[in-house]
Design a protein around this ligand. Structure first.
Ligand SMILES: [Zn+2]
Length: 476
């Protein structure tokens, strides 16, 4: 605390959601890195009369991917630690983490980072952490931090509020001299985020229970951590955390109560959307009365770490001669460069996609004409639209997700003017969900396969529901 009675809180973090099934490592330029006032703006917590925030380093991945490259992680973590050391005396640390970051040759990134931070600030200083709902929490993470609180929405729309809650809890504990007691229960349950949307049951009720427990006497917070299933790690299972204001036995009781409610609900986690094979989804969409149908290509979902360049949907849309479809998007810098060289209106022959993920599908040979090129010219954000009969394929120079109508407008496309719109997502993100007259999820193959039985798990603890029979007698 400084002479004005305000607490000095160091803030920062490294966030990445890592699919160990993806061969594409996350590199330094896959992160948005912020320092100083830029960091504080991105952290986005409101000014607090009781706390001064001291920025360290905030590195947020633009998109999920494979494991983080060791050198990239070490450089980010090294700078964060160096800035923390240089921050002068602080009263606490508030971090934004994801909870499912895997680092090449290091393993669980959050454990490594928290260990390094503890080595600087010591065992006694309070550390508060905000986590993604899809965090693969571990006992070591909970032992290294004091307050851990996760998003309560999926699709996510409360990242900023969660960071704010972490900070508020930290300041409250400092003011009142509370030593938080977090308790983690891991369940023998592996869950796709797509089956745990918070506006649908059973998650809606579980989030209400989270809020109830957070407000119970003696409690500070609670979280359901759905987990991240596309990581072949021993902790890719669902967990719950309860944080009590000092009473470890109370934290344990409340965590066990929450875990029991999640376990009780295990059979009711389900996709909240109509699903089918790729061909089936195309057929349903074509026959639909709705003017536009969004289909998610869920097996090749870059927002969950897949490369995103599997061209199977394009292949089937063409084979079925679909008269009006948009495919967003295939990352393929060579194809974009070929389109730019040819120019709008020119014919191009491309070997499309299948390069980042050559396992799920080889490249697709395709001849079409260049309908659109992005205004901003060649570079990392370049994109092109290639049209083959009624099928328009958006090609991007880098991996990116089309999550909102304005992303399509960059490609000169108004999504609601087309019958079929294919996006590389699992659940449809909020801005598209809001406008979609109808949505389908195609259970396509790929590195983010929603059919977990098809994934080559070797490290997942077994038995795990629903892949194996687990005794209904299981108790936290
Ligand atoms: Zn998430």
């Amino acid at each position: 605390m400084d002479t004005t009675g305000r607490f000095r809180i160091a803030v920062g973090g490294i966030t990445h959601e890592s699919s160990t099934f993806s061969p594409l490592p996350a590199r330094l330029d896959d992160f948005d890195i912020r320092r100083g006032d830029d960091l504080l703006r991105a952290f986005g917590v409101a000014a607090d009369a009781r706390a001064d925030l001291v920025p360290t380093l905030l590195a947020q991945a633009q998109l999920s991917g494979g494991q983080v490259e060791r050198a990239a992680y070490l450089r980010l973590a090294g700078e964060l630690i160096e800035r923390l050391r240089g921050a002068g005396p602080v009263d606490g640390v508030c971090l934004a983490l994801h909870g499912s970051m895997e680092v090449e040759d290091i393993g669980k990134g959050e454990e490594d980072l928290l260990t390094a931070i503890r080595a600087v600030v010591g065992r006694e200083m309070l550390i508060a952490v905000s986590l993604d709902l899809h965090a693969n929490a571990t006992p070591a993470m909970v032992a290294l931090a004091d307050v851990l609180t996760s998003y309560r929405t999926a699709p996510h729309r409360d990242a900023r509020q969660t960071r704010q809650r972490a900070l508020n809890l930290l300041v409250r504990c400092l003011q009142r001299g509370i030593r938080p007691a977090p308790y983690l229960v891991k369940l023998p349950l592996v869950l796709q985020g797509e089956k745990a949307i918070t506006d649908a049951e059973p998650m809606a009720s579980l989030v209400r229970l989270v809020e109830e427990i957070s407000q119970a006497p003696g409690m500070l917070d609670a979280s359901v951590l759905v987990g991240f299933a596309w990581a072949d790690v021993p902790y890719a299972t669902t967990g719950v955390i309860a944080v009590a204001g000092g009473d470890a036995a109370l934290a344990r009781r409340q965590a066990e109560r929450l875990a029991a409610a999640v376990w009780e609900a295990r059979e009711r986690f389900a996709f909240d959307v109509e699903t089918g094979t790729l061909d089936h989804c195309i057929d349903i969409a074509r026959a639909a009365l709705e003017p536009t149908v969004f289909i998610t290509d869920s097996g090749d979902n870059p927002t969950a770490g897949a490369p995103g360049d599997v061209p199977l949907f394009v292949e089937r849309l063409l084979a079925k001669d679909v008269p009006d479809a948009v495919c967003a998007a295939i990352p393929d810098p060579e194809a974009v460069a070929a389109c730019r060289e040819a120019g709008v209106g020119a014919m191009v022959t491309l070997m499309l996609g299948g390069k980042l993920d050559p396992v799920t599908s080889p490249p697709l040979e395709l001849a079409g004409w260049v309908e659109h090129l992005s205004a901003h010219g060649a570079g990392a954000d370049d994109l092109a639209v290639v049209r083959v009969r009624g099928v328009r394929v958006i090609l991007t120079a880098r991996r990116r997700a089309f999550l909102a109508p304005e992303h399509f407008r960059e490609a000169g496309i108004e999504p609601l003017e087309h019958k079929l719109v294919v996006v590389k997502q699992g659940y449809l993100f909020t801005a598209l969900r809001r406008i979609a007259p109808r949505m389908l999820m195609a259970l396509t193959p790929g590195l983010t396969d929603q059919v977990l039985e098809r994934l080559p798990y070797r490290n997942l603890p077994r038995p795990v529901f629903p892949l194996d029979p687990v005794s209904s007698e299981w108790r936290p």
